[in-house]
Design a binder for this molecule. Structure first.
Ligand code: ATP
Length: 354
């Protein structure tokens, strides 16, 4: 028994040692607008936890178009496929003209089908729902985001909404598995199946089919317009919500507003080939280059990333440091009514980590 105990202890120590020494290689995409500012603040905080990461910096979007003649270079896709994980700043998508969304292109190229967006209020951040704690699971590959648009005749445009049984079943299963893993008791499917009877009807049908495999979790549904009103009036009734791509996009911003704004909403894009962690918000060109953006959303995405690669301790410590800054100090970026710069806020967290 003693020999067994000793070898077990040795094994645990070896495992701990391996974990400590393990070096991760992660693809880093600084992005556009405020991207480089918030990404570099996040990298500094992650490195302050002491874990070893080799960052493989890649470009994508307008910068890549200029350098490589394509918005999504193969080298970036290959890097993410090789490393299986990326931390990504926001990318600018031209409105109405120019190249198609690189965010959408990247998700398609890597089949990052599940977009997970936790919505949780932070301590001492004034918001409408300080107790709110829900999760959005957004289908990431189809719906109107398939970008299939064409001019039928001048003055008439058709945009195709693609909904498939395969993608709807896959995202519903992801949502129920997520609920099971995280001890959530209810999953709500959101749709407009009363009007789009075939497309949203199929999404809803797949949702309820999958729900049968999870009898311990309550499955219900809400029509999307009513869901938006309910989210504003009584958001505590929701735990995990699963939506097709466009509804998921809109409801994500709505939910960010419930907890204090876009600067606070993290996200992860998950697929079989890899995972890309990024904030819900865009590149915020109105405040870019001023060093005043709030890095919280991408930082929280990075905490999700650390847990995804098994660095639970580093994630817990960095998250606690950030929570302590919110709970115990008045260091706040301007979106939250403070005067701190992006770097000041990061420094306050790094100070807590020491
Ligand atoms: P996209 O279409 O790329 O999602 P968007 O239209 O949703 O972009 P954002 O770039 O997300 O727009 O910005 C919306 C508003 O929120 C802007 O006024 C911007 O300054 C603000 N904002 C977004 N992110 C942050 C942040 N991290 N810190 C402070 N303000 C932010």
């Amino acid at each position: 028994v003693i020999i067994l105990l000793c070898s077990n202890l040795q094994w645990t120590e070896d495992k701990e040692q391996n974990r400590k020494q393990m070096k991760h290689t992660i693809t880093l995409i600084p992005g556009d607008g405020i991207g480089p500012e918030i990404v570099s603040a996040t990298v500094r905080i992650i490195e302050a936890t002491g874990i070893e990461i080799e960052w493989e910096t890649q470009i994508i979007g307008a910068q890549a178009l200029e350098k490589f003649g394509t918005t999504i270079p193969d080298s970036t896709i290959e890097s993410i496929k090789r490393n299986k994980v990326a931390l990504k700043g926001p990318l600018t998508t031209p409105v109405g003209k120019g190249f198609t969304s690189v965010n959408v292109g990247l998700r398609k190229a890597l089949d990052l089908y599940a977009n997970v967006r936790p919505v949780k209020a932070l301590p001492n951040v004034p918001c409408r729902y300080p107790e709110l704690d829900l999760v959005i699971v957004r289908e990431n590959t189809e719906s109107l985001y398939a970008g299939l648009e064409h001019i039928v005749v001048p003055g008439v445009v058709e945009s195709l909404k693609i909904i498939t049984e395969k993608a709807s079943t896959r995202i519903a299963r992801y949502a129920f598995e997520y609920a099971k893993l995280h001890g959530r008791k209810k999953v709500t499917g959101m749709h407009k199946a009363n009007i789009m009877k075939l497309s949203d009807g199929l999404f809803l049908e797949c949702f309820y089919n999958v729900s049968k495999d999870y009898p311990e979790i309550t499955a219900d549904d809400k029509i999307i317009d009513n869901a938006c009103m309910q989210l504003v009036m009584r958001p505590e009734q929701f735990e995990v919500m699963v939506l097709e791509n466009l509804y998921g996009d809109i409801v994500s911003d709505l939910c960010a507003g419930l907890i204090g704004g876009l600067g606070l909403a993290p996200g992860a894009n998950i697929g079989e080939l890899g995972a890309v962690f990024e904030a819900v918000h865009g590149s915020a060109p109105d405040i870019a280059g001023q060093g005043i953006a709030n890095p919280t959303a991408i930082l929280m995405s990075a905490f999700m990333m650390l847990r995804h690669i098994g660095e639970f301790d580093a994630a817990d410590r960095a998250e606690k440091a950030m929570m302590d800054v919110y709970a115990e100090s008045d260091v706040r970026t301007r979106d939250l009514g403070g005067t701190a710069s992006t770097a000041d806020f990061a420094n306050a967290i790094i100070e807590k980590l020491k």
